[in-house]
Design a protein. Structure first.
Length: 259
């Protein structure tokens, strides 16, 4: 299958289609183009003979989340629409007609961590870190899906308190379903695809919905819109981005002093 858009590679091997985020120079951040490419790819999948969708990131990590570039040129309405489209992408992954498998390495932050959490199976490479910083700029995104995996208390710790679980903590909490280094991933994909081939395709989405019940799907979108519609969305995101950059500069400065 040919690539739909430059930031996204799409390949199919037998019953497995792999979607690879390829914005390496931006840490695979979710800009408008990449989000729309993912939505289009999911819409255009031919389900005939397809058993598994694999989602992974190229380069140095899985996905750094919402792309914070060019905030000055975007209105609150522009940003609201972008977040709505991300929520629609998360819903599409969670309710895809066939199971999904996320393969994360090094980092899965913000909406990137939500992408990971939206998948049926979630494999993290040792050393991967996760973060859900939406509360830092007053945004509710994917919270019900996260709570369905890790429970309400762990969800509040990761969102309100900003705890950033590593791979082992993600596995213990249920955020990750297994840990494996990238060199083991091809074998894991093959094994999972073979397991799924033994089940009736039409029953798979029904089984997943029964095993992972959600609240009304529209509730996730409603929570997002209510939080994003509060006045000053762009200012809140800009303040968060400025604070994050300051923290990174301090860490770099500390590292140089220690050397």
């Amino acid at each position: 299958m040919a690539s739909i858009a430059a930031p996204l590679d799409i390949s199919r091997s037998g019953p497995v289609v792999t979607l690879t985020l390829r914005r390496e120079t931006a840490a695979n951040a979710l800009d408008r183009t990449l989000v729309e490419a993912l939505l289009e790819a999911l819409d255009r999948l031919d389900p005939e003979g397809l058993r598994l969708i694999v989602l992974r990131g190229a380069g140095g990590g899985f996905c750094s989340g919402f792309d914070l570039a060019d905030l000055d040129s975007q209105s609150d309405g522009d940003l609201l629409l972008r977040f709505v489209r991300i929520e629609m992408l998360l819903d599409r992954l969670r309710n895809a007609p066939m199971p999904t498998l996320a393969l994360a390495h090094r980092f899965a932050f913000g909406a990137g961590a939500d992408l990971f959490a939206a998948c049926t199976w979630r494999v993290a490479a040792p050393g991967t870190r996760f973060a859900f910083p939406g509360a830092g700029f007053g945004l509710v995104l994917g919270t019900r899906r996260l709570a369905a995996l890790v429970g309400p208390q762990a969800t509040l710790d990761m969102t309100l308190r900003g705890q950033r679980p590593d791979a082992s903590e993600a596995l213990a909490s249920g955020l990750a379903t297994s840990l494996a280094p990238p060199e083991d991933w091809p074998g894991m994909v093959d094994t999972l695809a073979a397991d799924l081939a033994a089940t009736t395709p039409a029953a798979q989405p029904l089984l997943r919905r029964a095993a992972l019940p959600d609240a009304a799907r529209d509730s996730d979108l409603a929570d997002l819109v209510r939080s994003a519609a509060l006045p000053g969305l762009r200012e809140r995101i800009t303040a968060y981005a400025d604070a994050a950059r300051a923290v990174r500069r301090d860490r770099v400065g500390d590292a140089r002093v220690r050397r």
